[in-house]
Design a protein around this ligand. Structure first.
Ligand code: MN
Ligand code: MN
Length: 469
């Protein structure tokens, strides 16, 4: 259309007054697409290196140290521009770039979580049934159980022996490693199972992982497969069966992160929720040099089970870290919190045309429409949501627009269709203005979730803009 052509009244009113959403690919600068690809390559590597919260912490620390961050000790002298991190028990991580202004001006926080739904081993997991070896599991987070059978699984975690020695376990993502799986009925014999509702067809107690089948030779005792597996575990990890009691082992999907689609515009992987926002928050912070206000990145554990526990967002570990930083400047923590701002960076549901009935299209987030801002989450009348104020949303709009970030508003789904929560409520409880924002995801909480590259990159760009605002 000719730019100089005079608009009719209707055209002008529509242009000036109506809110029109546009696909991000019609808005993004072509030269940004290269940066987007490079960013997404780094993100895929982060996913492949971090299948558990512990592995994500390790990877994040390595990236941070390479970017000049150093481990923070209580009482350390800090000056503007200093870059620090502190891990909480190896399962959560806090990082900061000290700002030019004092902490009584507040900090800007990007808070995401690095735990993802998975199958944890029970504390007495190993058994043999009819000459097959299995691990009993207890699922972690909101999974749809039927999605976790007959897929390849890896095993990750730690075994802490009685003497306190911690042994890392990672089986399945190394070259030539064996994998594990959970079996399901063949259709030929599934006539009863097939009549059950989806959530009953596969029970939690049937999610038993197949781990071996070869019996101990020249032996007449019982459980020869199990004993044979114990011998292998003892050789590899120095453990006995009782050591499972103090182990944290989990089975995760054995899919590496891959491009999806002929146009490679999407990424399919396990753990986008919420590593896609965790990586964005982290990668953005690593590029921050001398912000006005101190920039803080929080990578939390335990979000998928309610942010509980010593490594979850409800833990005082975050307050202790912030109080230590404040103490260095003689600023009361409460004075810092009340002027702070937090983007609770967590994924949201992407509108899925295959399941259009659960979405309300006007308020849903779309793939490729950019970072999704979510004023409220919750369920049954916003219950459990922190519900950001209009002022906070206006602030975020302004910062993102000024930085050229492509963003959209997001609501999880239709009213009363379900719902969900994030760490936002726990940040808001600390008297910190908080807004949810993140990447829209297809098939959230499944073993292979899908996101749009443009949305990943815009979330990174949005986090950076927030830290530097
Ligand atoms: Mn999440
Ligand atoms: Mn989740």
């Amino acid at each position: 259309m000719d730019e100089n052509k005079e608009l009719t009244r209707g055209e002008r009113l529509r242009k000036d007054l109506a809110y029109e959403r546009k696909n991000g690919y019609d808005r993004v600068e072509p030269e940004e697409l290269e940066a987007m690809e490079a960013y997404c390559t780094g993100y895929r590597q982060f996913l492949d290196a971090g299948k558990t919260e512990r592995e994500c912490v390790d990877r994040a620390v390595a990236l941070a140290e390479a970017a000049g961050f150093r481990a923070y000790q209580r009482g350390m002298e800090l000056k503007p521009g200093d870059k620090i991190y502190q891990a909480n028990r190896g399962k959560a991580l806090m990082l900061a770039v000290i700002g030019r202004e004092k902490l009584d001006q507040g900090v800007c926080i990007g808070a995401a979580h690095i735990d993802s739904p998975r199958l944890d081993l029970k504390q007495n997991p190993l058994y043999e049934a009819d000459e097959l070896g299995f691990f009993k599991t207890h699922y972690y987070g909101g999974i749809r159980k039927y999605q976790w059978v007959t897929i390849p699984l890896e095993l990750h975690g730690v075994i802490v022996l009685k003497n306190g020695q911690s042994v890392r376990v990672s089986v399945g993502n190394g070259e030539g490693d064996p994998l594990f799986t959970i079996d399901d009925l063949l259709p030929h014999l599934a006539s009863d199972q097939s009549k059950k509702p989806l959530h009953e067809a596969i029970s939690g107690e049937s999610l038993n992982i197949l781990i071996g089948s070869r019996p101990l030779r020249d032996d007449e005792g019982k459980d020869r497969v199990k004993i044979s597996i114990l011998e292998l575990l003892n050789r590899k990890y120095g453990m006995s069966e009782e050591d499972f009691i103090s182990a944290e082992l989990c089975a995760v999907p054995a899919f590496p992160a891959r491009d999806v689609g002929f146009d490679r515009s999407l990424i399919g992987a396990y753990g986008h929720d919420d590593r896609v926002c965790a990586y964005a928050s982290l990668a953005a912070l690593l590029q921050v040099t001398m912000p006005r206000r101190t920039a803080v990145c929080m990578l939390a554990d335990k979000e998928e089970i309610g942010s509980e526990g010593v490594s979850g967002m409800q833990s005082a570990a975050f307050d202790a870290f912030m109080a230590d930083l404040c103490a260095g400047q003689n600023v009361p923590l409460r004075a810092c919190y009340e002027k702070s701002f937090c983007l609770s960076a967590d994924v949201t549901a992407a509108y899925d045309p295959n399941f259009a009935e659960v979405y309300e299209k006007r308020n849903s987030a779309f793939v490729n429409y950019g970072m999704g801002l979510c004023k409220y989450t919750g369920s049954r009348g916003k219950s459990g949501a922190s519900d950001a104020s209009a002022e906070v949303v206006a602030y975020a709009r302004r910062v993102l627009d000024e930085a050229g970030v492509i963003w959209q508003m997001a609501e999880l789904g239709k009213v009363d269709q379900g719902g969900g929560g994030t760490v936002a409520a726990y940040m808001a409880r600390r008297n910190i203005d908080t807004l949810d924002a993140g990447v829209p995801v297809l098939s959230m909480h499944s073993p292979f979730e899908t996101v749009g590259k443009l949305d990943c990159y815009m979330t990174f760009k949005g986090m950076k803009a927030m830290y530097e605002a």
